[in-house]
Design a binder for this molecule. Structure first.
Ligand SMILES: Nc1ncnc2c1ncn2[C@@H]1O[C@H](COP(=O)(O)OP(=O)(O)O)[C@@H](O)[C@H]1O
Ligand SMILES: [Mg+2]
Length: 392
């Protein structure tokens, strides 16, 4: 018996099979957490021996838009989840008809599109940076004059790691920015540039029973628009940490989220929080939870979609998560076996290495991360600097 009726929604018990659309690192860490609890996993991904496929019971090797493959995934799964947000709407419909997708299609529909997402956040009563929908070069000029320079033009769909964006540093850039981004054949949105003091994120979970919990806010540092470090506790006032966590829970409840929702935020010098964007899945900035919280984001997602009670999100130790991109793998490999590297007794830092099993260490590709457990996040930041792996 892998399922049983509960008062509020279906419960999927251990022994049941979780289908994961997408076979990258997020699915891999989800499967590792779920396997500990006794769930089985099947994943769908076109890459042979994908990161998730390596730790799942089975991988269906096919494209994300392959309808027959989606049907096979549905037939094998008691519950289905996804590890990226650009899921094809047609495939989602098939999966919902032929299997069980507690996260539904509405949240994907909302978060796939920046304008829909911003309207949903505002409807939850949570502030976003001032924005305008842009339908022509004239509208771009008008909005840029209104918001002031700099401002940020973004494609409404399909952007990631800073792609699909143009920071306008002068009104002279209006024609080129418009011409370039309108090639993406999606709506455009202009945002006021927020001169933030810090970037934060909060990951919240909600279950079909309506239970909502948030993980501690992370302070995020990006390099070339890719997440580099997450620092927890964030080096901000506790009251603002709590406010950020409250905002994320409010969004989770208002959007009727099932599973995880990651909320990216800007914090200004005068203490104002704005939501930047959402991701309806585990998030890179939540990897710190794997060793540093009572429950990891991955276990929490499994619990939420299977309708088990959510776990405590309590922080067990200060932590810094640092990403390992392709170019960091060779210097890491050189140091890994050195005494005092993984366990630095002088600094009091324990390094927990996570590698995703990707074959080729291409530049800028996310290959893994390290969670640095410490008594003081500054010591973990010193450790990162001392290794020289991430340059200076
Ligand atoms: N309105 C803005 N004001 C200031 N910085 C911004 C703004 N929008 C984006 N950025 C910067 O660009 C980064 C990437 O933008 P984001 O909208 O999160 O896109 P992506 O989908 O690429 O993560 C942000 O983390 C932030 O550093
Ligand atoms: Mg982002």
């Amino acid at each position: 018996m892998s399922t049983s009726a509960a008062q509020d929604g279906k419960v999927i018990l251990p022994g049941g099979t979780i289908g994961v659309l997408g076979g990258g690192q997020l699915g891999r860490m989800l499967a590792l957490a779920g396997r500990n609890m006794g769930y089985r996993f099947v994943t769908l991904d076109p890459t042979p021996d994908a990161p998730t496929g390596q730790v799942a019971d089975e991988q269906i090797e096919a494209g994300y838009d392959d309808v027959d493959a989606a049907r096979r995934l549905a037939a094998l799964s008691d519950v289905i989840t996804y590890e990226f947000e650009n899921v094809d709407a047609h495939v989602t419909n098939i999966l919902m008809e032929e299997s069980y997708v507690p996260q539904g299609s509405q949240l994907l529909y909302t978060t796939q599109h920046r304008l829909r997402e911003k309207r949903a956040i505002e409807a939850a009563g949570v502030p976003v940076a001032p924005y305008a929908e842009i339908r022509s070069e004239a509208e771009l000029r008008e909005a840029a004059e209104l918001f002031g320079i700099p401002c940020v033009l973004k494609t409404a769909m399909g952007g990631y790691d800073g792609k699909g964006q143009w920071v306008l540093r002068s009104l002279d850039e209006v024609p080129e920015a418009y011409a370039t981004l309108s090639k993406a054949k999606t709506e455009l949105v202009l945002e006021q540039f927020i001169h933030f003091d810090k970037e934060l994120s909060v990951i919240a979970a909600r279950s079909p029973r309506g239970e909502v919990k948030a993980f501690p806010a992370a302070e995020n540092i990006h390099v070339h628009n890719i997440l580099h470090e997450s620092i927890v506790p964030a080096r901000i006032e506790v009251a603002i940490q709590k406010e950020a966590e409250e905002l994320a829970m409010k969004i989770a409840a208002s959007l009727g989220v099932i599973g995880l929702i990651a909320v990216e935020l800007f914090l200004t010098k005068d203490g104002q929080l704005y939501v930047n964007e959402l991701a309806p899945r585990p998030h890179n900035s939540g990897h710190y939870t794997m060793e540093a919280c009572r429950t990891s984001q991955f276990e929490q997602h499994v619990r939420a979609i299977c309708n088990l009670p959510l776990g405590s999100t309590k922080l067990l130790s200060p932590v810094v998560m640092v990403n390992l991109l392709g170019e960091h793998i060779a210097p890491l490999t050189e140091k890994l076996a050195e005494p005092g590297f993984l366990e630095d007794e002088q600094l009091g830092v324990s390094a927990k290495v996570h590698l995703y099993g990707k074959k080729e260490a291409k530049e800028k590709r996310k290959m893994g991360h390290i969670n640095l457990l410490t008594d003081d996040v500054e010591k973990a930041l010193t450790w990162i600097e001392q290794t020289g792996i991430w340059g200076k």
